[in-house]
Structure formats: structure tokens, C-alpha cells
Design a protein around this ligand. Sequence first.
Ligand SMILES: *[C@@H]1O[C@H](CO)[C@@H](O)[C@H](O)[C@H]1NC(C)=O
Ligand SMILES: *[C@@H]1O[C@H](CO)[C@@H](O)[C@H](O)[C@H]1NC(C)=O
Ligand SMILES: *[C@@H]1O[C@H](CO)[C@@H](O)[C@H](O)[C@H]1NC(C)=O
Ligand SMILES: *[C@@H]1O[C@H](CO)[C@@H](O)[C@H](O)[C@H]1NC(C)=O
Ligand SMILES: *[C@@H]1O[C@H](CO)[C@@H](O)[C@H](O)[C@H]1NC(C)=O
Ligand SMILES: *[C@@H]1O[C@H](CO)[C@@H](O)[C@H](O)[C@H]1NC(C)=O
Ligand SMILES: *[C@@H]1O[C@H](CO)[C@@H](O)[C@H](O)[C@H]1NC(C)=O
Ligand SMILES: *[C@@H]1O[C@H](CO)[C@@H](O)[C@H](O)[C@H]1NC(C)=O
Ligand SMILES: *[C@@H]1O[C@H](CO)[C@@H](O)[C@H](O)[C@H]1NC(C)=O
Ligand SMILES: *[C@@H]1O[C@H](CO)[C@@H](O)[C@H](O)[C@H]1NC(C)=O
Ligand SMILES: *[C@@H]1O[C@H](CO)[C@@H](O)[C@H](O)[C@H]1NC(C)=O
Ligand SMILES: *[C@@H]1O[C@H](CO)[C@@H](O)[C@H](O)[C@H]1NC(C)=O
Length: 561
Amino acid sequence: MATGVMSFLWSLVAVLMVAVVSAGDEAALLAFKAQVSDGGSLASWNSSADFCSWEGVTCSSRRPARVVELSLNGSGLAGALSPALGNLTFLRKLDLSYNWLHGEIPSSLGRLRRLQRLDLYDNSFSGTLPVNLSSCISMTNMGLHNNKLGGRIPAELGEKLTSLATLWLRNNSFTGPIPASLANLSSLGNLDLSANQLVGSIPPAGLGSIRSMWLFDVSSNNLSGTIPVSLYNWSSLELFGVRFNMLHGRIPGDIGTKFPKMKFLGFNENHFTGTIPSSISNLSYLINLQLGNNRFSGYVPATFGRLGALQALDLGNNKLEVNDNKGWEFVTSLANCSQLQTLVLGGYSFGGQLPASITNLSATLQQFTIADSRVSGSIPRDIGNLVGLNRLQITNNFISGVIPESIGKLHNMIELGLYSNSLSGLIPASLGNLSQLTRLLAYYGNLEGPIPASLGELKNLFLLDLSTNYKLNGSIPREILKLPRLSWYLDLSYNSLSGPLTDEVGSLANLNQLILSGNQLSGKIPDSIQKCVVLECRMRSRERSLESSHSEPHGTYKLTL
Ligand SMILES: *[C@@H]1O[C@H](CO)[C@@H](O)[C@H](O)[C@H]1NC(C)=O
Ligand SMILES: *[C@@H]1O[C@H](CO)[C@@H](O)[C@H](O)[C@H]1NC(C)=O
Ligand SMILES: *[C@@H]1O[C@H](CO)[C@@H](O)[C@H](O)[C@H]1NC(C)=O
Ligand SMILES: *[C@@H]1O[C@H](CO)[C@@H](O)[C@H](O)[C@H]1NC(C)=O
Ligand SMILES: *[C@@H]1O[C@H](CO)[C@@H](O)[C@H](O)[C@H]1NC(C)=O
Ligand SMILES: *[C@@H]1O[C@H](CO)[C@@H](O)[C@H](O)[C@H]1NC(C)=O
Ligand SMILES: *[C@@H]1O[C@H](CO)[C@@H](O)[C@H](O)[C@H]1NC(C)=O
Ligand SMILES: *[C@@H]1O[C@H](CO)[C@@H](O)[C@H](O)[C@H]1NC(C)=O
Ligand SMILES: *[C@@H]1O[C@H](CO)[C@@H](O)[C@H](O)[C@H]1NC(C)=O
Ligand SMILES: *[C@@H]1O[C@H](CO)[C@@H](O)[C@H](O)[C@H]1NC(C)=O
Ligand SMILES: *[C@@H]1O[C@H](CO)[C@@H](O)[C@H](O)[C@H]1NC(C)=O
Ligand SMILES: *[C@@H]1O[C@H](CO)[C@@H](O)[C@H](O)[C@H]1NC(C)=O
């Protein structure tokens, strides 16, 4: 009898506990819902259904049912996070990424000792990272990137979250140093602290002992000092990014033996010195090598051709020795990189003759840039071999000779920059074949003869600048004045253009600036110009200066003659 009563009482207690505990989770979920506007995505969160069946909610199968997962990524949620979420103490995964949540991350989340994944990325959370999160001792993945969090990265994270494998804090406003305590996270594989305002040096001690590291990105901060030698112990590393900082020092000569799996090496925009180690050529998985805007010196290794996976190489703005045949040898080698897509060269230390061997680079090449250098010679006749090119920038150099006819074969071209050189001769009519072209910049040169009417075929062109060649002559082709997309500006100033400005000028309805000063144009300005609703028209000549400003029903335009 007594046992019967006892067992009845115990069942009652158990039932009550189920009710109490479950009600606790339900109440916490409802408190969460009460603070967000959901645009209907939480319509299933109503009392006619068990909370375990609510959208995004997953419960444990054991009794009492407890919420183990809340996943509402990309659900259009706006508002603040209720501290009541800290009551969901069985939660293993909380994913509220891709929403419009703001305010602080509640420190009550520190109560979630079973939490393994916290994904709050792509929201607008602000305030600091609560130290209490370091109590979530089961945490393996923390994705807080693309928010507005600030303050220091709590050192406690490194001391307590010993299972942490992924820590993504990219694109926030974190300040202060990288905590040295992160060295304790022996399972860490994926550390992205880029695009913050971190200062100080990369902690010298310990980090190197994390054998599992495969992604390390601290780019776009304000870090100084050198790269600790111990980091070169990360033999599993596939991505190493220290770009856009104030780091200095040399790349060790044996780097090629250190990172057998390396795919992305980003050193650009720092103060690195020394030579580029030829052992880099041994990193056979390397896809992207960014060394630009540093102070690297010496020759570029002529063995880069061994980098069979290489897609992007930036060497621009260094102190490299690239000014004679030996210096340019690496280009011949790069012809072997059959997947190359981007090659960025240039800077003051680049000189000598532009090697014709650039035309042997892979047809996969999409972008070739050589800017702000002292490179002479001509654009190789067979430039048209590089059929994959969509951006070709040979700008601010000493390049002479003609623009080769074969350039018309580069059908993928979107941006063509040939300005500030000594290019001469006629503008090839074949340019009219580049039907994808949006920008054509060939100012400051010695181009001569008429502007080919075929440029009127460039239906996607929104910027055309052929100014300051002095010797372009003939009249302005009507076809150019009919280019449908021309909107940014059309600059033909300081040439020898003559004849009238034809009525077609009225079709440049979206043009912002038409600059024709310094020519010998004559006749009257066509009335149709009033149709150029956004036009600011400058047609200065030295002889007379008369300004008139009209306000038309169509809009306003300014005219200076
Ligand atoms: C969360 O738990 C605390 C204490 O355990 C309790 O006071 C509070 O009412 C709970 N909040 C909700 C919304 O359930
Ligand atoms: C309550 O949620 C269920 C699904 O869980 C849904 O079928 C029902 O339409 C919802 N009721 C209201 C009033 O939104
Ligand atoms: C949400 O997460 C799930 C599972 O991780 C994923 O399949 C889905 O694409 C994500 N949705 C959005 C909008 O990010
Ligand atoms: C944060 O952690 C401290 C110490 O563990 C604790 O006293 C405090 O209650 C926690 N804050 C919240 C909101 O849970
Ligand atoms: C950085 O995060 C903000 C949200 O805080 C987002 O709007 C922006 O697109 C992100 N920037 C990048 C480059 O991802
Ligand atoms: C690592 O954690 C221990 C405590 O677990 C702590 O004493 C030590 O200072 C930590 N190391 C670093 C580099 O923070
Ligand atoms: C790096 O590796 C070498 C040899 O493998 C070892 O002697 C050294 O202690 C390691 N350094 C760190 C900081 O882990
Ligand atoms: C970086 O630090 C330097 C001095 O250490 C400072 O002058 C500069 O403003 C900082 N830049 C940013 C973007 O914080
Ligand atoms: C590249 O690796 C090969 C063997 O795989 C080795 O013989 C050569 O010395 C290495 N080159 C450099 C520059 O480290
Ligand atoms: C050319 O590339 C292949 C792999 O893509 C490589 O094995 C070979 O060594 C390279 N040759 C030169 C001369 O770099
Ligand atoms: C391009 O490569 C071929 C084959 O290696 C070679 O014969 C030719 O001279 C090269 N052309 C240029 C311009 O370097
Ligand atoms: C360019 O197009 C013209 C026809 O407009 C054609 O005759 C010429 O061969 C083409 N040139 C190139 C280089 O593609």
C-alpha cells in the first residue's frame, strides 16, 4: 500500500517535472519569439502544436523532450535576442545566421554548456563578445562573422573552449590584440579574424603547436611585427592570409617544404622584405599567391611554372628586379601554368622590354595588369592569342608602337586600359569587335588618324576616353554619339578633331560628361543636346569663354564653350 502511494507520488512528480521542464523550454522559445518580428516565418510557433514541431526547433527523443537545436538561418528575423534563450540548457546547436537581428549577444548564452555550434553570422549584433560564452565548454564552432561586434576578443575563450575547432570573427570591429590564449585550442583548425581592428603582433608562442590548423586569416587588421617562425609548423595549412597589415620580415627560404597542402598564400599589402623563395614553386596545390605591395627584392623565381594549379599571381609594387631578359624569365616559365587566370605586375622596379612571351601565357588568363612601371617595348603582335582576357591594363608605362590589330580577337574583353604610354599609329578598327567592352581608356598617347566608326559597335561601352593624343583627327563619328550605354563620360579633348558636332549627340541621354575641349570643332551646338538630361558639357577652347546654364523641362545641363 505504502509502496503504491509512493510510486504514484513519484510518477506525479515525474509528470510535473516533464510539464515544468518542457514548459520552461516552450516559455523560452515564446520569449524569443516575442522579441523578434518574423514576417510569418514563425507562424507554426503556436499553441495548437507541440513546440517540438515548430519550424526550426529540434527536440531530443528522450523524455522530457528538450530543445537540442534551434535553426532559423535566413528566416527574415529582425529584433533583439531574448536572454531567455539561455534557458534552453540542452541546446547543442543555435543557428540564427542570415537574419536582421541586432543588439547585444545575451551573456545568458553562457549557460548553454552543451552548445556545440553557435552561428549568429550575417546579422547586426553589436556590443562586445560576452565573456560568459567561454562557459559554453562544448563549443566546437563559433560563427559570428559579418556583425558589428567590438571590444577585445576575450582571452577566456582560449582558456576554456578547449574543443573549439572553428572561430570566425571576420568583418566586425574587434580591437586589441589577438589573445595568446588561443594557443591552448589544440583542436583549432579554422581561425578567421580578418577585417577587424586588431593591433599588436601575432602571438609568438604556442600557436604553432596547433597541429590541426588549416585556415588562418588575420588579413585587414593593423597587426605589426613579424610572422612567428612557429606558424611554419602548421603542416596542414591550406589558407594563410596576413594581407593588409603592417607586418614585416622575410619569408623563410624553406617555405616550400612546410606547407605541402597550401592553396592560398596572401602576404600582400605589408612591409615584407627579402627575396621570394624559389621553394614556393614546390607548393604544388597553390592556387593563389598574393605578394603585391611589399618590399620584396631580387629576381622572381623562374620556376613558378611548376605551380600547375596556380590561378592568380600578384607581384606588383615591390622592389623586384624585373628589368632585363633574366628578370623577365619568370614569364616564360608561367606559360606552363595552364590554369592561370590573373597576373598582376608593375610598380617602379619593373622596366626593360615587355616580353613577347606574355602571348604564350595560358588562354585561361582573364586579367593581365602591368601598371605604373618603366616598361618599354611594344604590345606583342599576337596579344590576340590570350582569348580569355577580360581585363587588360597596360597603363602608365613607356610602351610604344601600335595597338595590334589582333586585339580585336579578345572577344571577352570588358575593360581595356592602355593610357599613359607612347602608343602611336591608328586605332585599329578591330576594336569594334570587342562587344562586351565597358571601358576603353587610351588617353595620353600618340595615337593618330580618325576615330574608327566601328567603335559604334561597342554597345556595352559606358566610358570612352581617347583624350590628349593630340593627333586624332577627322570628325567625331556619328556612330559614337549613338552608343546606347555611354553614361559615365566621353572624353575626346586635346586632339585635332574637326567638323561639326552632329545631331546624334542628342541620343547620349544618360551621359554625365562630354568633354571636347582642345579640338578644332566648328559649327553650332545642335539643339538636340537638350535631350542629354544628365549632361554636364565642357567644350572649352582657348579663344572664347562663354558660360550658359539652362533649365529645361527635361532636366538641367551645363554648357561651357
Ligand atoms: C529563464 O530561467 C530563469 C531562471 O531559471 C527564470 O527566472 C526565467 O523566468 C526563465 N525565463 C523564461 C522566459 O522562461
Ligand atoms: C499553427 O501551426 C500549425 C503547424 O504547426 C499550422 O498548421 C497552423 O496553421 C498554425 N495556426 C495558426 C493560427 O497560425
Ligand atoms: C540554413 O542551414 C541549412 C543547414 O545548414 C542549409 O542547408 C541552408 O542552406 C541554410 N539556409 C540559409 C538561408 O543559409
Ligand atoms: C555570466 O557568468 C557569470 C560567472 O559565471 C555569472 O555569475 C553570471 O550570472 C552570468 N551571466 C548571465 C547573464 O548568465
Ligand atoms: C560586413 O558585415 C556587414 C554587416 O555587419 C555586412 O553588411 C557587409 O556586407 C559585410 N561585408 C563583407 C565584405 O562581407
Ligand atoms: C592555457 O590554459 C591554461 C589553463 O588551462 C592557462 O594556465 C594558460 O595560461 C593558457 N595558456 C595561454 C597561452 O593562455
Ligand atoms: C615546430 O616543429 C619543430 C620540429 O617539428 C619543433 O622542434 C618545434 O618545437 C615546433 N615549434 C613549435 C612552436 O611548435
Ligand atoms: C594602425 O596603427 C597605426 C599606428 O600603429 C595608426 O597610425 C593607424 O591609424 C592604424 N590604422 C588603423 C586603420 O587603425
Ligand atoms: C623542391 O622539391 C624537390 C623535391 O621534391 C627538391 O629536390 C628541391 O630542392 C625543392 N626545391 C626547392 C627550391 O626547395
Ligand atoms: C610544367 O608543369 C608541369 C605540371 O603542370 C610540371 O610537372 C612541370 O615541371 C612544369 N615544367 C616547368 C618547366 O616548369
Ligand atoms: C611560345 O612558346 C613556344 C613553344 O615553347 C616557343 O617556340 C615560342 O618562341 C614562344 N613565343 C614567344 C613569343 O615567346
Ligand atoms: C573584326 O570584325 C570585322 C567585321 O566587323 C572582321 O572583318 C574582322 O576580321 C574582325 N577582326 C578580328 C580581329 O576579329
